[in-house]
Write a protein that binds this ligand. Structure first.
Ligand code: NAD
Ligand code: TDX
Length: 331
């Protein structure tokens, strides 16, 4: 099997490359990644001899077309992925998330290649804190930020290419991931690496916003289940019933790292900050038999903290620049 993984040097993609090599030891794995600020060759260093890394842009058809022609399946992770960045400069989000996905779809259409599109629950907008509802595959799209609207647009392109051109594609919309190799601009690794440096965690606004946390390995297991067993043209929501507000997460990080649980600071809120995400995963569970392995958030978080402690060389070169950017916006 020839697997083309876009964004395979990013957080979720790099974990997916490792999982693919364990699940299919004979697979030929090709990664197409532009190595933006978010891509890191080091995340693939231990499997470098088993993976072909093509450094290139998913929006460049000359690069994309021959790779798709050689693939049996394309698993599409590449994206601009950070909401805060999309508020400062939306343009790369439009090019990568929309034009990049369009470019892949056109190549997939030409070559008849199986395609899986990795997306986010943020396409559904947000829920009120006191609303018992969760997102389902029928929830209307209502994205809030330039990031989530560009992902929503990319999902709709995939749906249209399935209906109009009959491409063989599936879509997954997953909740917030945590685990190893996540860029330290993101919430959990930012706070862990702050504390390693003796800096207090930064909570946006009151910290009441709720995210539905899932371990990255559980997300990626579901992606393989969907590729193997999912119905073409379907959307599957991936989540592991992990709702927690940001304050609870910061308090747990502080506790696990040996600090007082109130030892954090409130900083400027994110404009348009989504209040709550929550996933109804019943289609995935009932139809495909998926279940999460990492059901204990406390131990998953402890392992993640240990990973950042043990892999300082991986994140240290990024830290000063990330924090300077946040400081400039009072965060
Ligand atoms: P990431 O930012 O860590 O990694 C993105 C990768 O894509 C990087 O390696 C980057 O170099 C690469 N890339 C960016 N632009 C590219 C381009 N034009 N051409 C080729 N490569 C390019 O992101 P992530 O957190 O690993 O997210 C991966 C996917 O999962 C995204 O599609 C994201 O929307 C989705 N997702 C993420 C989460 C989450 O919690 N992180 C949750 C649900 C869905
Ligand atoms: O320092 C911080 N303090 C803070 O309170 C940071 C960086 C974030 N936050 C808050 C904002 C969010 O409510 O924490 C929550 C999580 O923030 P992010 O890690 O930026 O994630 P989020 O905006 O929820 O989006 C993530 O999940 C869905 C991923 O980045 C997306 O790629 C994915 O689609």
């Amino acid at each position: 099997m020839n697997v083309l993984i876009t964004g395979g040097a990013g957080f979720i993609g790099a974990n997916f490359v490792h999982q693919t090599l364990s699940r299919y030891p004979d697979a030929r794995v090709v990664v197409l990644d532009k190595l933006t600020y978010a891509g890191n060759k080091g995340s693939l260093a231990d499997v470098a001899d088993r993976v072909e890394l093509v450094v290139g842009d998913i929006a460049d058809m000359d690069t994309v077309d021959p790779l798709v022609a050689d693939a049996d399946v394309v698993v599409h992770f590449a994206a601009e992925s950070h909401n805060d960045n999309s508020l400062n400069d939306p343009s790369p989000f439009i090019r990568t998330n929309l034009v990049g996905t369009f470019t892949l779809l056109e190549a997939v259409r030409r070559h008849g290649t199986r395609f899986h599109h990795v997306s986010t629950d943020e396409v559904y907008g947000d829920l009120e804190l006191d609303d018992p509802a969760k997102f389902t595959p029928e929830t209307p799209y209502n994205p809030s930020s330039p990031y989530s609207s560009s992902k929503a647009g990319s999902d709709l392109l995939v749906r249209a290419w399935v209906r109009s051109f009959g491409i063989e594609a599936t879509i997954s919309n997953c909740s917030n991931n945590y685990g190893p190799y996540q860029h330290i601009e993101k919430f959990i690794p930012r706070q862990i690496t702050n504390l390693i440096d003796g800096v207090k965690p930064r909570l946006y606004g009151a910290g009441e916003n709720v995210r539905d946390w899932i371990h990255v390995l559980d997300h990626n297991d579901a992606v393989w289940d969907i590729i193997e067993k999912g119905r073409i043209g379907e959307t599957y929501l991936i989540g592991a019933d992990g709702e927690k507000n940001n304050k609870e997460v910061v308090e747990l990080i502080l506790e696990l790292m040996g600090y007082d649980t109130d030892d954090y600071v409130h900083v400027n809120d994110r404009p348009g900050h989504d209040m709550r995400y929550a996933i109804d995963n019943s289609r995935l569970v009932e139809e495909l038999g998926w279940s999460p392995r990492f059901t204990d958030f406390r131990s998953g978080l402890q392992a993640t903290i240990d990973w950042y402690r043990d892999n300082e060389a991986w994140w240290r070169p990024l830290k000063a620049e990330v924090e300077a950017k946040y400081a400039a916006q009072g965060q």
